[in-house]
Design a protein around this ligand. Structure first.
Ligand code: C2E
Ligand code: MG
Ligand code: MG
Length: 267
């Protein structure tokens, strides 16, 4: 127990230092329009570049940040950096895309709306190029707070979407009422979509349900052409997955964004 506590504290101190010393990076994973094969968006994913340990994945440090106040600072940095980078790419004349970022429940009620508003205006970025990904569980935890927040971000033109859809407990009633614009089908479904007929059927129904509610659908974690073919057949809008690209650093993402493979129609 003592060792675990020490590690946690070490991690927290290290993380705080990393944030101050500029060792945090955002990686970007493309979201590809399934019909045209073009990059239409990206998800910003946090990485900690430690001198000794190399690249540390978010699953290792986000929970620790969430247990302390650090997540608010970290979350604020993610919002500012996403807006700065996107605006920079737009000024360089690259294709204009919407970039999403993950919001942690602990960021709710803090200065979230304020930070988004100031990041957009400081970078002269239109709100429609920013998207928030929130999980079902955080939306239902405090439905009133979430609804209020999502109305405010939507008023700025920002898109709201539900992450990891299908793994939480949001009721269909909530889904219909929440001011959201899209949902992401969880990777656990996509993984089995060509193997398990029940999973295939559930995924198909999620896509249909989303469209009934006028939500766009992103399939997360597409790794094979077979999975993409299934998703295309069932009118999924967008795919994100290793089949197209893993999350890459800003420099490599820029190359993807300029690459003819992703800019022109592939079929
Ligand atoms: P998420 O938001 O569901 O992000 C998608 C995760 O799926 C990413 O992992 C991505 O690398 C991975 N992924 C995408 N396509 C594939 C695929 O084809 N196969 C496989 N096996 N995996 C795929 P990552 O970057 O390790 O992030 C993990 C989680 O950490 C994220 O899940 C999100 O919940 C959290 N996270 C990442 N960045 C942030 C952040 O800035 N703030 C907060 N609060 N959470 C973050
Ligand atoms: Mg996400
Ligand atoms: Mg997800």
């Amino acid at each position: 127990i003592q060792k675990a506590a020490l590690t946690r504290l070490d991690m927290e101190t290290g993380l705080r230092r990393a944030l101050e010393c500029g060792q945090m990076r955002l990686f970007y994973q493309p979201k590809v329009d399934i019909a045209s094969g073009e990059i239409v968006g990206a998800e910003a994913l946090l990485r900690w570049m430690d001198e000794e340990r190399g690249c540390i994945e978010p699953e290792e440090f986000i929970p620790i940040a969430e247990e302390s106040d650090l997540i608010e600072e970290l979350g604020e940095w993610v919002i500012r950096e996403t807006c700065r980078q996107n605006s920079c790419w737009q000024r360089d004349g690259l294709k204009k895309i919407r970039i999403s970022l993950n919001v942690s429940p602990r960021q709710f009620g803090s200065r979230l709306v304020e930070v988004i508003a100031s990041s957009l205006s400081e970078n002269d970025l239109d709100g429609r190029f920013l998207e928030l990904e929130l999980t079902e569980s955080m939306l239902v935890q405090d439905l009133d707070v979430a609804t209020d927040l999502l109305h405010k971000t939507r008023a700025m033109g920002v898109h709201n979407s539900i992450d990891d859809f299908g793994t939480g407990y949001s009721s269909l009633n909530h889904l219909a009422r929440l001011p959201v614009d899209g949902l992401k089908i969880d990777r656990s479904f996509i993984k089995d979509v060509t193997e398990d007929p029940d999973v295939a059927e559930i995924s198909r129904i999620i896509i249909e349900l989303a469209h009934v509610l006028r939500l766009t659908v992103v399939a997360e974690g597409a790794e094979t052409p077979g999975q993409t073919a299934f998703l295309q057949k069932h009118n999924c809008d967008t795919v994100q997955g290793f089949l197209y690209s893993p999350p890459v650093d800003a420099e490599d993402f820029e190359i993807l964004l300029r690459s003819p493979q992703f800019c022109t129609k592939t079929h």
